[in-house]
Design a protein around this ligand. Structure first.
Ligand code: AVI
Length: 327
């Protein structure tokens, strides 16, 4: 698609929709007080955690990133044809990832709306995209997309259709109930006739999944344990990282990876002046990563009134990119 837009100058605007919600401190203190201690996975991504996640994406065992990329390299053109011109492209959990660039390059959206909780990462990504695509209009939104979110109607550019792009199988980090509520929110954003393009990791052999989340180099372990280092640094915690271990496994019955931090000893830890006891073997649950067959994801999306337009997978059937329309 070649349009005059390519030669025009784009505008970058920033919006902050981070409402007053629970803070890192609130979530950690509440999570450590639960019978099954738990901390939401969104807190993995401090500066070091984000770098470790980038390293995970390069690991031989962690197939999702390169597999989704290969699917998009091959099929972004036909997905984009379903969207048509004058599309407003909303991306949740955006990074300056190559997948995003591919979508923008093929689609030439009239407006790109990245939504991201980490403002510094968002600004860096938008700066990079504005350099690569000087014609691109960007309305960047700082917000936590794990909470209900309403986006304003952005004016000043032609918009025939809205599309939410949610790559990376990040939807798997929600429970199916949370994912259904999230998709209902997406349906509100795109409206009838709007589209969802989602990257979703497929169910597969337990051995492949166990290795993907417990790699031989120990990078995923470092990523998980970095949460404790972040608590020590930001919340005055005294976790001794050597006294915990990374534990990740695929629960076949529930179709999901579970990640935990397991206490190796009976121990006492302090965070923000509060005391928490750990038994040997007791865990902090830090993440789930749900896997869906194509049919399961279609059924989930149907609860939010999305119906399947197209699905593209890789030859080994590891990963799926779904294109769906809101009815
Ligand atoms: C961001 N998210 C989709 C990753 C996943 O695969 O669930 C996070 C991750 N955790 C451990 N490795 C990767």
């Amino acid at each position: 698609m070649t349009t005059p837009r390519r030669s025009g100058a784009g505008v970058v605007r920033y919006y902050n929709f981070l409402g007053a919600g629970p803070s890192f401190r609130d979530d950690v203190l509440a999570g450590l007080a639960l019978p099954q201690k738990s901390i939401p996975p969104k807190y993995f991504y401090d500066e070091h955690g984000s770098k470790l996640f980038e390293a995970i994406c390069e690991l031989p065992e962690y197939y999702p990133t390169r597999t989704e990329m290969a699917i998009m390299e091959r099929h972004a053109g036909d997905i984009v044809r379903l969207l048509g011109p004058d599309t407003q492209l909303v991306e949740f959990g955006s990074g300056a990832s190559v997948k995003t660039r591919l979508m923008i390059d093929r689609l030439e959206p009239s407006l790109y709306v990245p939504v991201e909780i980490a403002e510094s990462a968002l600004r860096a990504a938008c700066g990079d995209l504005a350099r690569r695509f000087p014609w691109l209009n960007i309305n960047a939104v700082v917000a936590d997309f794990g909470r209900p979110l309403r986006l304003p109607e952005f004016m000043g550019v032609p918009i025939r259709r809205k599309c939410v792009y949610f790559p990376g199988s990040t939807i798997g980090n929600f429970t199916p109930q949370e994912a259904a509520a999230f998709l209902a929110g997406v349906r509100e954003i795109v409206g009838s006739g709007g589209m969802l393009v989602a990257g979703v990791d497929l169910k597969k052999a337990k051995g492949v999944l166990d290795a993907a989340y417990d790699d031989a180099q120990g990078i995923t372990a470092e990523f998980n344990l970095n949460l404790l280092a972040r608590i020590n640094r930001e919340l005055g915690g005294d976790f001794q990282l050597k006294r915990f271990r990374h534990k990740a496994f695929y629960d076949e019955a529930r179709g999901r990876i579970e990640m935990h931090l397991e206490s190796l000893y009976q121990q006492r830890v302090h965070v923000a002046g509060r005391r928490f006891e750990f038994r040997p073997g007791e865990t902090i649950h830090t993440e789930i990563s749900c896997k869906y067959t194509v049919e399961e994801f279609r059924a989930l999306a149907a609860t939010a009134r999305f119906h399947a337009e197209a699905v593209r997978t890789d030859p080994a059937n590891l990963f799926a990119v779904h294109a769906m329309m809101a009815v």
